[in-house]
Ligand binder design. Structure first.
Ligand code: SF4
Length: 666
């Protein structure tokens, strides 16, 4: 076995946080490599403490290592101090499991969850000793792959990545392994790289940029066309139908050093049908697939027993929407394994689904962090973004929490949303202020942390046509808010740097012409751009200017209905006409109710894949609309929604609510 450990170990005394590079976590694997096995290096292009908890990476790590024909190890972007030493001493990118050089793997596969890590991805390829541009690679080089939410517009990275995985990774990694295993067995002869990429382009859910030609007329993208007749014109995402078939990770990694989200994480469902129009994750992961409550309980009790954690997070895009959430939380809190000492946290809580029942169950053990994301400051704004929670919902949630002993609450908002006025922005201050005064009725030590981020329109969402606010406009709105809360004790305002929002906007909706921009920023030293101490907007502005590209055109311009978008040849399952209609509805401030419990709007996510929403509970909540809390001691929100009927393509005879966790096909 080739190990770089003797060359890595002497560097550790010279860097911050050496534990980032040693591996040895509980749950880490040291797989045995062999010529007949496909070797995957799963890489997270950010610092170890951000990447280690990533569930997507850990799931694939276990699934691949269970296969007889594959091995998987992990790598994270070395921090700048370690990178400098590695370059000085000629140490390439390595795995943290067996400290094997990256170049000895067959695939270097990145998990992409944020656009500002793109320059880190290029840096990792370079550190691996592989040409950064895919076109310069030969049969001796590994294949560079990427997946994750950002892969739904992969074009800015098309110059660097050989293949993208679109959608869920659990099944498709097996298909990729089989194609690459045959390529290895054939001896990777000259010219075979084109052949293996062609083969991979035929796998559902795999997009190979080099198999497509792109044409422009002036600034406009005109078409993205397959180069071979058998390569699909449109790449459909992969969707696993039943989460119960994938109870991973079974052995969550327990780090030796501090990391984010350092607790047991159990995914309780995937997908979201609330239809928040700004939310890419919600749109691209439909339909909803819940894990059965029995499996959740088993994963929690086994995980706690094995890891020794005293906190479990039940993860999803909107955890309180899980059918029967109170039973699951109560079951965990009262489980003998937990002995009354395990805290439960529910990230991504919707305020309209947060009840006294949930609050009191969680408070039985420990008051874990409490974060709500109303996103918009006024009801009108929240109708535009389709986050249909009313002021009363938020105040009820605040009352539930503060009455159960919480003293701190975090609120997240976006500014720069479509149709936003100053009144909407100032509504944020008003909501925070009211939450503080509700808390004061129970305690004098109330803090409401109010975080404000600039909105970046994302591909595959109804807001994909919207022109993003400029840095000047976002800064003006931040200042408006700062002035508004200046005298409010108890409201702690934080905001995201509008210049970072601009850079994110450049990378989010770019086309292939953004490749040289990303390379320019990287060559100018711009790594770790999502870290404020390393972010430099001038690098992005210089790079755009050097390529003759207009920031106004890429970021701030509204798109027209008939415009070819750089990601139109990739399908998240959503019909483009559904997204356009929803965008028009947004401009009219019209809401659209959760389709899990109402008639289908035929967005395409279920009808296109033959999978319906899978819920664990046997009956929908009282009133037929999830999360109103009517039967749970909190006033139901009679939301005045402008209901839209389905688009008329609804499948005949299909049950829209699939029960008992079965739900495959109709
Ligand atoms: S196809 Fe219908 S039920 Fe399925 S996510 Fe779309 S709107 Fe909802």
């Amino acid at each position: 076995m080739t190990t770089l450990w003797p060359r890595i170990e002497p560097l550790l005394a010279k860097v911050q946080k050496p534990a980032r590079y040693i591996g040895c976590e509980d749950g880490a694997q040291a797989p045995v490599h062999a010529p007949h096995k496909v070797a995957w290096l799963l890489a997270y292009p950010d610092a170890y403490e951000i990447g280690l908890p990533n569930q997507g990476l850990q799931i694939l790590y276990e699934i691949l290592n269970e296969r007889a024909d594959a091995v998987a190890e992990r790598s994270y972007a070395p921090w700048v101090d370690m990178e400098a030493l590695m370059r000085e001493r000629g140490v390439p990118l390595f795995s943290v499991d067996t400290h094997r050089p990256a170049a000895e793997f067959d695939l270097l596969a990145f998990n992409l969850s944020a656009e500002l890590v793109y320059t880190n991805l290029v840096n990792c390829i370079d550190l691996a000793g592989v040409p950064v541009r895919a076109a310069d690679r030969g049969p001796e080089h590994l294949l560079v792959a990427a997946g994750g939410h950002c892969a739904f517009n992969p074009e800015p990275l098309a110059d660097f990545v050989d293949l993208f995985v679109i959608g869920d990774g659990e099944e498709v990694v097996a298909d990729i392994t089989e194609v690459v295993r045959e390529w290895k067995a054939s001896g990777r002869t000259l010219g075979s790289r084109e052949r293996v990429l062609h083969e991979l382009a035929l796998v559902q859910g795999v997009y190979v940029p080099s198999m497509y030609d792109v044409s422009y007329e002036g600034e406009r993208l005109v078409a993205v066309t397959p180069r071979y007749a058998d390569v699909p014109e449109r790449v459909e995402k992969r969707t696993i139908s039943d989460l119960n078939d994938w109870p991973y990770p079974k052995n969550q990694l327990v780090p030796l050093t501090e990391v984010v989200h350092d607790r047991l994480n159990v995914e309780i469902f995937r997908g979201c049908t609330r239809g928040c129009r700004f939310c890419q994750a919600g749109m691209i992961t439909r339909p909803v697939r819940e894990r059965s409550s029995a499996q959740v309980r088993t994963m929690v009790s086994r995980g706690l027993e094995r890891t020794g954690y005293d906190e479990v997070s039940l993860t999803s895009l909107s955890s309180a929407d899980y059918s029967g959430i109170e039973d699951v939380v109560g079951g965990i809190v009262n489980d003998p394994v937990c002995q009354g000492s395990v805290g439960v946290s529910l990230p991504s809580l919707r305020v309209d689904a947060y009840t006294v029942g949930i609050a009191s169950e969680i408070a039985k053990v420990r008051r874990t962090g409490l974060t709500f994301a109303p996103e918009g400051g006024t009801w009108r704004m929240r109708q535009v973004i389709n986050k249909l929670i009313r002021e009363e919902d938020l105040y009820d949630a605040a009352e539930s929490a503060f009455s159960q002993g919480w003293q701190r609450m975090k609120l997240y908002f976006l500014i720069g949303l479509p149709t936003e006025t100053d009144e909407d922005v100032l509504g944020i201050a008003e909501l925070a202020r009211r939450c503080v005064s509700i808390g004061r009725e129970h305690t004098n030590r109330v803090t409401v942390s109010t975080s404000v981020g600039g909105f970046v329109p994302k591909p595959q969402t109804p807001f994909q046509w919207f022109g993003q606010d400029t840095v000047g406009e976002l800064s003006r709105k931040v200042n408006l808010l700062r002035d508004a809360v200046r005298r409010d004790r108890g409201v702690a305002l934080k905001w995201h740097d509008p210049r970072a929002t601009l850079a994110e906007g450049i990378a989010s909706r770019g086309d292939r012409r953004l490749g040289p921009v990303i390379e320019h920023v990287w060559r100018a030293g711009g790594t770790f751009q999502e870290w404020s101490e390393h972010f430099d907007v001038r690098l992005w502005e210089d790079a755009m200017a050097a390529q003759g590209l207009s920031t106004d055109w890429y970021v701030h311009r509204h798109r027209a209905e008939d415009e070819v978008l750089p990601w139109d040849h990739l399908s998240a399952g959503l019909h483009k006409d559904f997204l356009w209609q929803d965008w028009q509805e947004a401009l009219r401030a019209g809401g659209l109710e959760d389709c899990r419990w109402t008639p289908c709007y035929d967005c395409g996510a279920c009808t296109g894949f033959g999978i319906e929403h899978v819920v664990a509970a046997t009956t929908p909540p009282a009133g037929g609309s999830q999360g109103t809390g009517q039967d749970l001691g909190v006033a139901a929100s009679s939301v005045p929604v402008a209901f839209r009927s389905g688009t008329g393509k609804r499948r005949q005879g299909a049950a829209f609510l699939t029960q008992n966790g079965v739900g495959v096909g109709a």
